[in-house]
Design a protein around this ligand. Structure first.
Ligand code: XIL
Length: 407
């Protein structure tokens, strides 16, 4: 491990100090080759100066970025009705200059939403504020964002199931979540994939099972959902088989999985490769995103197991990085080919690909198998007073009514 590389070397292949040569030479190249988004959470102040060591490293090693804070509710709409896209725009400038992709984080959360929390008093104000926020922020960024965390940390902890008691739920009711997904599809069309993102649901456990059940219901009812985010705030001792099995069962529903906020307390190289291995084993694992690039810039500080040392003079942790490149370079070509096909799917088409028998009716094949996202067009007569579309087709006698009907 070489802690003393000059920052300029971060733009170069990281094997310059390694005795063994290897292709591909950067994390970004390795990820590109297997159809994987390899991302980092960042902030406009960190990438605003394109020639800083941090920005050079970020552009060289990653093909995706997400705003760590600047696209959250209280950053983009504060107070209610006053929109500010400057942070997201600045990060997007960096992203587009370096031909990277971008995640959007997030529309609906109990945290960092103080402006919404202060203004939402009841169901009517809640739905109006929710819709206006998604229309505005989603409308502004819709052509720039690949994956949206529409919903963040909404699931109850443990095995109790159901939705957490955050202000969106207590004011609007449980259908705030379905409504946010519908509003999002209408605001961004098929420009991006819609996600629900949660923590402590990385492996197979009661919480991830309750998310699976919720996703199943969404798909059955035609509520637009494309992917599930596992935040992956983890600690050393990562169980690859457990996380891999969890990713797979969401794939069986036709869903993408993104590992969205990876930090690994006291990480060892084996932890990084276990997590990457869990992703590589599954064609539906499409994004692998680190939350904080350097020890100095992580929200949990130097325990983060980040890929680089200090923020001011970043230096690569070559053991981690080389092992990750190696893992990606040796990914199973069959799975890679499936991933490359899978990522071509149009947002809004999850139900077409759900393999779980629950979507089969006795005689009529697939439920909800519309090639067009059910909520995308807003055809006359199919939109309620809040702009929430009704499903246009197909309805089957077996399909339950939607939980998002106008009240
Ligand atoms: C964290 C940021 O990293 C911090 O800078 C901020 O002070 C608090 O939020 N789950 C999430 C992220 O979805 O948005 C959080 O990010 C970390 C936990």
């Amino acid at each position: 491990m070489n802690r003393h590389l000059h920052p300029a070397l971060l733009a170069l292949p990281l094997f310059v100090s390694s005795p063994w040569a290897q292709t591909p030479a950067t994390l970004r190249d390795a990820a590109d080759a297997i159809g994987l988004n390899f991302g980092l959470a960042t902030n406009s102040f960190q990438v605003g100066n394109a020639s800083s060591a941090y920005a050079v490293a970020a552009a060289a090693q990653f093909n995706l970025a997400v705003c760590e804070n600047e696209m959250k509710f209280e950053s983009t709409e504060n107070p209610i009705g006053k929109f500010n896209y400057s942070g997201g725009d600045a990060v997007y400038k960096f992203v587009s200059a370096n031909k990277m992709k971008m995640r959007g984080h997030n529309f609906v959360w109990g945290g960092q939403s103080s402006s919404a929390q202060a203004a939402v008093h009841d169901r009517a104000t809640g739905l109006r504020i929710l819709k206006t926020h998604i229309d505005s922020v989603g409308g502004h960024f819709k052509t720039k964002i690949l994956e949206w965390d529409v919903l963040n940390e909404i699931t109850n902890d443990g095995g109790s199931g159901g939705l957490k008691n955050i202000f969106w739920k207590t004011n609007i009711g449980d259908d705030y979540a379905d409504s946010a997904l519908v509003f999002s599809r209408r605001a961004i069309g098929t420009n991006g994939y819609l996600y629900s993102n949660d923590y402590s649901a990385d492996g197979v456990n009661a919480k991830s099972t309750s998310i699976l059940n919720m996703a199943t219901k969404w798909i059955q009812k035609g509520v637009p959902i494309d992917g599930i985010g596992f935040q992956c705030h983890l600690s050393t001792g990562i169980n690859k088989a457990d996380i891999s099995a969890n990713i797979k069962r969401f794939g069986d529903l036709g869903l993408r999985v993104s590992l969205t906020e990876i930090d690994i307390k006291q990480a060892k190289t084996a932890d990084w490769t276990a997590l990457m291995g869990a992703c590589l084993e599954n064609y539906n694992c499409v994004s692998f995103v680190t939350w904080g690039l350097t020890d100095a810039s992580s929200w949990i500080g130097s325990t983060c197991g980040c890929l680089l040392y200090n923020g001011s003079t970043p230096a690569p942790k070559t053991d981690f990085i080389n092992a990750l490149i190696d893992a990606m370079a040796h990914a199973d070509p069959t799975i890679t080919a499936k991933r490359k096909a899978f990522i071509q799917r149009t947002p809004g088409t999850t139900a077409l690909y759900a393999r779980n028998a629950v979507f089969r009716t006795p005689s009529s094949g697939w439920l909800g198998a519309a090639a067009v996202p059910l909520y995308s067009n807003g055809a006359k007569g199919a939109v309620d007073i809040l702009g929430r579309n009704q499903p246009v087709a197909p309805r089957s006698p077996w399909a339950a009514g939607l939980g998002i009907l106008p009240q």
